[in-house]
Design a binder for this molecule. Structure first.
Ligand code: SF4
Ligand code: SF4
Length: 231
């Protein structure tokens, strides 16, 4: 019957005399390799492989690659460490540690923002979940790494750069206008300005903010607040 492999016909346990010599088998294998080499050399255009990096695969317009974290004009990340993307991620590959920023206008920000690219399925749910338009995807597929640790991209590698966006462009989103690869104009790039002082007064009454460390970090958040309340 076609399509059925007869597993009852086993490879003989004993090698023949010629197989025991090895040389004929090696030559037979080399002949197969040489035959393919000659065939491919004669028909370079029909090669099933791509000579990367000289040639690059032209992926579908719906391709989504590496993420970027968008920044404001003052260089601060737009991310407010709300954990929405982490919650939405079906692969559970986003790790965020929120910190309290010394600039009162920003409040929370991500001290740690890691994406494990070995687990990510590039579904784009994190982009959809973000209320701050802070995480986007690009068409960058050049994410080679040589160790498990290198596969976890931190803020350094995720922060958007002009060069990366210009080289690869943005990944597909169904609700973007046109072909889905051009995001609408980003209106929330401006720095956040501190309010009229109301927040400062509230905070000054509830939590003695001068107690905060000068440098940002995860210890500035709950641990500082606890210290303030117990004082
Ligand atoms: S693209 Fe999908 S799998 Fe990857 S980080 Fe975002 S939500 Fe998680
Ligand atoms: S959903 Fe957006 S703002 Fe919230 S933690 Fe993720 S990237 Fe940051």
């Amino acid at each position: 019957m076609s399509g059925v492999i007869d597993v009852s016909r086993r490879v003989p346990d004993r090698l023949t005399f010629l197989q025991k010599l090895y040389l004929p088998e090696i030559l037979r294998g080399m002949w197969v390799t040489l035959r393919h080499l000659a065939r491919n050399l004669a028909n370079m255009k029909g090669l099933p492989t791509i000579l990367y990096p000289e040639a690059r695969r032209n992926y579908s317009k719906r391709f989504r690659g590496k993420h970027i974290l968008k920044a404001r004009e003052d260089g601060m990340l737009k991310c407010v460490a709300c954990y929405m993307c982490q919650q939405a991620c079906p692969a559970e590959c986003i790790t965020i540690v929120a910190g309290e920023h010394p600039k009162i206008a920003y409040e929370k920000y991500p001290v740690v923002f890691d994406i494990d690219m070995m687990r990510c399925v590039f579904c784009g749910f994190c982009v959809d979940a973000c209320p701050k338009d802070a995480i986007w995807m690009t068409r960058n597929y050049e994410m080679a790494f040589f160790s498990r640790e290198d596969a976890v991209f931190s803020i350094d590698r995720l922060r958007e750069t002009k060069a990366e966006v210009e080289k690869y462009g943005y990944g597909y989103r169904p609700y973007y206008p046109g072909d889905g690869t051009t995001p609408p104009s980003d209106a929330s790039m401006l720095p956040v300005l501190a309010g009229g002082g109301e927040r400062d007064r509230l905070r000054a009454g509830a939590i003695p903010l001068p107690d905060r460390d000068a440098g940002p970090g995860p210890l500035n958040a709950p641990s500082q607040a606890r210290k303030a309340f117990s004082a």
